[in-house]
Design a protein around this ligand. Structure first.
Ligand SMILES: Nc1ncnc2c1ncn2[C@@H]1O[C@H](COP(=O)(O)OP(=O)(O)O)[C@@H](O)[C@H]1O
Ligand SMILES: [Mg+2]
Length: 218
């Protein structure tokens, strides 16, 4: 089996406190995986270790079968940019830019140029934001902001989307729109790991895991 990524016996300690304890999981192409669990349980920490934003205390993260442990920071950055799209807990959009410009930010870092502009627009249209391309973040609803953030995460066609509570604080209709947009990308072969408290969203993924007291359980 060629997994998009594998987490093998990852533990994470902050000082004396063990936040993750021997966590393992694997993600197949097109698979959507939901992680639930109590607040403070280490869900965001696990996502950031998977996305190479921070290092585990012990254990291994493999991306496309490659052990990431021995990589230089620059190699990790390149792998992160090529492999992952992040939807952070707060959308983290740039307030002085329009929706369309925000979606294009990842391309500014990679010299993709015009192709990226077309793709950014296509993604926003696909997510129902055709009439909002020139709006700035403060002129958009929370659900619309999340969809802009998702479009930005998808711009460079990542193999895996990491989404941290993407439907949090949304009303049911807006949450359903964000969930539809997220799950539709999995139908196209992209893998998805999402952290959520939303049973409706978790119920629509292929696999549900719970992170409790540092352990990941089915
Ligand atoms: N950089 C850090 N330094 C020390 N403790 C941290 C750090 N980041 C997170 N923690 C602690 O790790 C625990 C898990 O946090 P987090 O991964 O954000 O949980 P969750 O996303 O499940 O709510 C919390 O108790 C938090 O205070
Ligand atoms: Mg969190």
């Amino acid at each position: 089996m060629n997994y998009l990524l594998e987490v093998r016996q990852v533990s994470k300690c902050y000082g004396e406190e063990r936040i993750l304890n021997d966590v393992s999981l694997a993600l197949a192409p097109g698979q959507a995986l939901a992680i639930t669990g109590p607040s403070g349980g280490g869900k965001t920490t696990l996502l950031s270790i998977i996305g190479l934003l921070q290092q585990a205390t012990s254990g291994t993260v493999l991306i496309d079968g490659q052990d990431t442990g021995g990589l230089e920071p620059r190699q990790q950055t390149a792998l992160r940019a090529a492999h992952f799209g992040f939807v952070f807990q707060r959308a983290r959009l740039i307030h002085s830019l329009t929706a369309l410009e925000n979606v294009m930010v990842p391309a500014w870092l990679t010299r993709e140029g015009k192709a990226a502009a077309a793709r950014a627009q296509e993604l926003l249209v696909r997510f129902g934001l055709a009439q909002r391309l020139d709006y700035r973040p403060q002129e958009l609803s929370l659900g619309q902001l999340r969809r802009v953030a998702l479009a930005r995460a998808l711009l460079l066609s990542p193999k895996v989307i990491l989404a941290d509570e993407p439907t949090n604080d949304l009303d049911p209709a807006a949450a359903a729109e964000v969930a539809d947009s997220l799950l539709e990308t999995c139908g196209r072969g992209t893998g998805l790991i999402l952290v959520t408290h939303d049973p409706g969203l978790a119920g629509r993924t292929d696999r549900n895991l719970c992170l409790e007291q540092g352990r990941l359980i089915e």
